[in-house]
Ligand binder design. Structure first.
Ligand code: NAD
Length: 246
């Protein structure tokens, strides 16, 4: 903790990369942790795979049921999200790259321009055919009213949340921003991710090769731990808030 505090206190170019683990204290389960959605139900991964989603109406119906029942709609930011807001207000956090789709960083008070949402947001919905984008709430109202696989009101195309599914490319502009931030980081701080998804996890290598000090905070080991200057193994809620109290 002392060494981590020293690294954070001494930088004005901290870049954080967060994963699902920072939102578990808000009641949103992660995917691959011990209580993760996919750990307990490996079949659920199909709904997050683009090819299955586009080809199979039953996968879409399941995905709409999952969206409707997501705990993320009522989740509130927790002390870990707020700790990153503190680091931003202290002038230390330059960019917050997140793999999360729940927008809890922005709701906690992180500057929207500093947040790079690598995997998009669950709070918008996109037509796969014409690109029409609108808030997810309006489409979920249609699901509640009985449509089990709602289609685009403009063109009849398939609707999907504005998130990145497996087999789908990341937005090149968003990826370039994340790359640029990682390459200019003095300290790169990974929080709550298994670092099992590319290209997000590869940002760690970009940062380290550009000379950043690497801190990884997660309950479990990650494949990038050997590259880290510091590995903090434990509960984020017990480690991050006191670390950010500089
Ligand atoms: P992951 O599920 O692969 O890994 C989360 C890691 O966090 C696990 O190693 C787990 O042990 C650890 N963890 C969970 N709670 C913790 C805590 N309180 N303290 C310490 N460690 C904790 O998550 P990932 O690497 O972000 O990849 C999952 C993908 O799924 C991402 O692409 C993301 O888009 C998506 N996802 C997002 C959300 C969300 O927006 N909240 C939730 C689930 C999945």
């Amino acid at each position: 903790m002392a060494r981590a505090k020293e690294l954070l206190a001494g930088t004005r170019r901290l870049v954080a990369l967060t994963g699902a683990g920072i939102s578990t204290d808000s009641g949103i389960p992660d995917f691959r942790g011990p209580k993760g959605v996919w750990t307990s139900n490996p079949g659920a991964e199909r709904t997050a795979t683009l090819a299955h989603y586009l080809a199979d109406p039953e996968v879409r119906r399941q995905a709409w049921r999952n969206r409707l029942g997501s705990p993320a709609w009522t989740a509130l930011p927790n002390a870990d999200h707020r700790a990153l807001v503190d680091l931003e207000h202290q002038g230390r956090l330059a960019t917050l790259i997140t793999q999360n789709i729940d927008e809890l960083h922005q709701r906690a008070g992180s500057g929207p321009k500093r947040v790079v949402e690598l995997h998009g947001t669950m709070r918008d919905c996109l037509c796969w055919a014409c690109g029409d984008r609108r808030p997810m709430g309006a489409i979920l109202d249609r699901v509640r009213a009985g449509e089990d696989d709602p289609s685009c009101e403009l063109c009849g195309g398939i609707l999907k949340s504005a998130t990145i599914s497996f087999g789908q490319s990341l937005d090149p502009y968003v990826l370039r921003r994340a790359h640029g931030a990682a390459a200019s980081a003095e300290v790169f701080f990974v929080i709550g991710s298994t670092l099992g998804v590319q290209p997000a996890a590869g940002l760690v290598t970009v940062a380290v090769e550009a000379g950043a000090k690497l801190i990884i905070l997660n309950a479990e080991a990650t494949p990038y731990d050997p590259l880290a200057d510091l590995v903090l193994r434990g509960a984020i809620g017990e480690i991050l808030p006191p670390l950010a109290d500089l």
